[in-house]
Design a protein around this ligand. Structure first.
Ligand SMILES: *Cc1c(COP(=O)(O)O)cnc(C)c1O
Length: 352
């Protein structure tokens, strides 16, 4: 029992973020950050705004919303920005499934879905992944609540096709279908174009992974104007200034320099292919990933043990203890040099 906490939250199990250790320098491959820094224009934009911090930020976030709208060929009214895409997921669970609504998402996926489900009293169902860790899209057809799917899924890196997502949309016309595209820029196909056709589609993306801004906290959603207005209503009922001045300007500058970030994504894809090959040569099973991480299991060492041994040697990866995936580790794709270190340490561990 927590003494002062409201009765409603006594059994709430919070999300556990990946470690952000401050004690020593690790090769940090555990939270899917970009290994590449923001471009100079982004750093300049944030610094310029730092001199105006006495003012509130623009609650409309016009500059960054217009930049995003321009890039994806939609209107400002179709774009919502928030303090990280976690904030959007938070608001979406509150807005579209809160206080006794229903939601459906995979049993193995981004851990926050379950936390938000618990937080808002959602009657949610976790649908098991197939034996090969794929999602069977038909299991999300004709549901009586919000459908939430990360595409690519985390921590597997596996994808559904846009046609499969369209099938889910078509069979749930009266329900919100939230597609979390946090990793879409690393080679997956986005379902953003479907927002023009389906009022019930909410696509979330983030600047944290492909645009090197995890520390700035900026996420965005693209959807019909109606869904964006619903999210806005929640925003203006909680925290109207939820994206700070520096982050708004940095985000707009990042979109204006999109080529730099997409080049980095192509580099990460090449490093992902190379790392996959090297791990397979060492006897690992690696799921075919379209994200900036790979999900891999060794035939010679358990997932928990490999995680511990790598940490001792200064390399951090992410291990999950859930029964079905405890043999695996999720490894963020870093620079080629960081991946050399990873492979070298794994060889060392396997030889010991
Ligand atoms: C990282 C991640 C997010 C959250 O990203 P933010 O940093 O809050 O923008 C959302 N969904 C998935 C699947 C993620 O992996």
């Amino acid at each position: 029992m927590s003494r002062y906490l409201s009765e409603a939250y006594q059994s709430l199990e919070a999300y556990t973020p990946g470690e952000q250790p401050q004690d020593m320098q690790y090769v940090k491959l555990n939270t899917n950050e970009s290994p590449y820094p923001p471009c100079p224009e982004v750093i300049e934009a944030a610094a310029r705004e730092a001199g105006r911090l006495q003012l509130y930020s623009d609650p409309v976030c016009a500059n960054v919303r217009d930049a995003i709208a321009g890039l994806y060929g939609v209107k400002r009214e179709n774009v919502y920005v928030s303090n990280g895409s976690d904030d959007i997921l938070n608001f979406a669970f509150m807005a579209f499934a809160g206080r006794g609504g229903r939601a459906y998402f995979p049993d193995i996926s981004y851990g926050f879905y379950k936390v938000f489900g618990d937080l808002y009293g959602v009657d949610y169902t976790q649908i098991p992944l197939e034996a090969d860790f794929t999602i069977d899209p038909e299991k999300y057809h004709h549901r009586d609540g919000m459908v939430v799917i990360a595409n690519p899924n985390a921590p597997t890196g596996l994808t559904l096709t846009v046609d499969e997502i369209e099938g889910i949309l078509r069979s749930n016309p009266d329900r919100v279908v939230l597609i979390d595209e946090a990793y879409v820029d690393f080679g997956a196909e986005s379902c953003l174009p479907l927002t023009a056709k389906y009022d019930n589609l909410l696509v979330c993306q983030t600047f944290s992974k492909s645009r090197s801004m995890a520390g700035a906290r900026l996420g965005f959603a693209i959807a019909s104007a109606g869904l964006i207005a619903d999210l806005d209503r929640i925003k203006y009922s909680t925290n109207p200034y939820n994206v700070n001045l520096m982050t708004c300007a940095a985000g707009a500058a990042a979109i204006k320099n999109n080529g730099y970030y997409m080049d980095n994504c192509r580099k990460i894809e090449a490093t992902r292919a190379e790392t996959t090959k090297r791990l397979e040569a060492l006897g690992f099973t690696v799921l075919p990933s379209k994200a900036n991480f790979i999900f891999a299991k060794s035939d010679r060492i358990g997932g928990g043990e490999l995680y511990q041994e790598l940490k001792k040697r200064g390399v951090l990866v992410r291990h999950f203890t859930a029964e079905r995936i405890k043999d695996f580790n999720r490894i963020t794709i870093g620079t080629p040099e960081q991946m050399d270190t990873l492979i070298q340490k794994i060889v060392e561990i396997l030889e010991a």
